[in-house]
Write a protein that binds this ligand. Sequence first.
Ligand code: 5FX
Length: 556
Amino acid sequence: MEGAEYASDMREGEVLSDPESAVADKPKPMAFEEKDAVYLGFDFSTQQVKALAIDCNLKVICEASVLFDRELPEFRTHGGVNHGADSLTATAPAIMWVKALDMLMDKLRVNGLDFSRVAALSGAGQQHGSVFWRTGAGATLRALQPDQFLHQQLESAFSVRNSPVWMDSSTAEQCRRLEEYVGGPQKLADITGSRAYERFTGNQISKLHQVNPEAYKNTERISLVSSFGASLFLCEYAGIDLSDGSGMNLLDIRKHDWDQHCLDACAPGLRSRLGAPLASAARWLGAVGPFWVERYGLEPECGVVGFTGDNPASLAGLRLRPGDLALSLGTSDTVFACLERPQPALQGHIFVSPASADRYMALICFKNGSLTREKYRDLCADGSWDTFNQLLATAPSGNLGNLGIYWGEQEISPRGVGTHRRDPEGRPVEAFDKHTELRAVVEGQLLAKRAHAERLGFEIGPETRVLATGGASKNLALLQIAADVFNSSVYTHDVANSACLGAAYLARLGRARQAAGDTSFEAVTAAAEPFQLACRPRPDAQQRYAALEAEVAGAQ
Ligand code: 5FX
């Protein structure tokens, strides 16, 4: 009976029977010689599932991927997602991800991966997406038969066929309620690292419980996409990783436990359905289930290390250390930073770090990224990046005090839309000449990134490195402005599949910690290729940007 079940919801501090609690009894993973060991990293991303394997020198030795739209057309996804008629709902069938994994494993084998060398595996998942396991699915996972595909056996394992994914924005009402329940948006951010966001999992669960109480009632476990991936390999439910769990509006990012108030605001009986969050970062969960040993020839000692979110895994793939900041310059721009003293704010997110649970990461998404730069390249520089860069060079850094904000699309950080230009006296102006315009576009974007990162607790110091990735990181003129705005050296590194690579690093870290105690992430990734220095800040950079910085910070 639903009422009785709600009454038995577990409270903070209560011990759950979780696969993780059995970890201490398991043997230490000493079965592989490190020189032969291989680490596998998976990424259950929005459009595809990917994997790569690295050897003990951290060199990539095998890769494979399965693209949902093209290779699994029967699910009729677009970009891996099914959009609802309301244009707010976005889902993907969990069974599609399972079927893709069946195919991916076969591709890895065909591509020559010797599964018997895999000492540990981990993975990443698109953040915020949720998987609802039907009552009895845990038993199915434990009894997976090696002579059948996973997808044949898990066809009816889900109480909700279409899992909500991060592109969903249908939970405005649930967000409002959650913020109200806990005492306002900043209070919620102080606890969970973020104010309420529509894609965050707590709000998605809350909506499911309201619109489909029967499905919620029939759910014995709720996973994130990441812990769903780990559960498949473990053949048992895996706990939710602290870093990915920070994208739910449910986890207390300092206490590393679910916040009871947030749980209560979202749905009854939620603590037991989520299971205990993993107790540490890159957590060793145990050995792969017998299915994997018998079907693919993984060794019985091959370990599963807690899967995390794609953004945290990318932070690991880029090997950011405290004081570093990554600028991912793509269709939209994303800033990652590694923090020791976070200050949750009303914009951007604070997650527990994926590599050490006493650190944090900041994540800030800016919708107006490359598309804005390209629009103004076309308007002012005849569509040529060379002309764009020449024009940039003819306006001095600091743009003589002229400033612009260019939000062609509804911006997320902060919420806003429109184009705003100001002259050095702060008066609105209609237009700039071409070189002032282009410099205003680039400086405005970068100054906003600095302002948001600092607001979340990022401190620029003498050791700060800015790591640029993504398409626009090839543009040296843009990187010089980044060096000047952040008053720090800018580095580049061609890391393809940074989330997969980060997951493979985390697999190695989890195994090293299990074998030898408190090993650092830096130690297990020391052999990775170093970043390349692209630009140093100019000596007068700080002075040129001081006034503009304050003005941009005020406008964000
Ligand atoms: C981050 O908060 C996001 O919603 C996205 O970057 C997803 O993680 C993409 F998979």
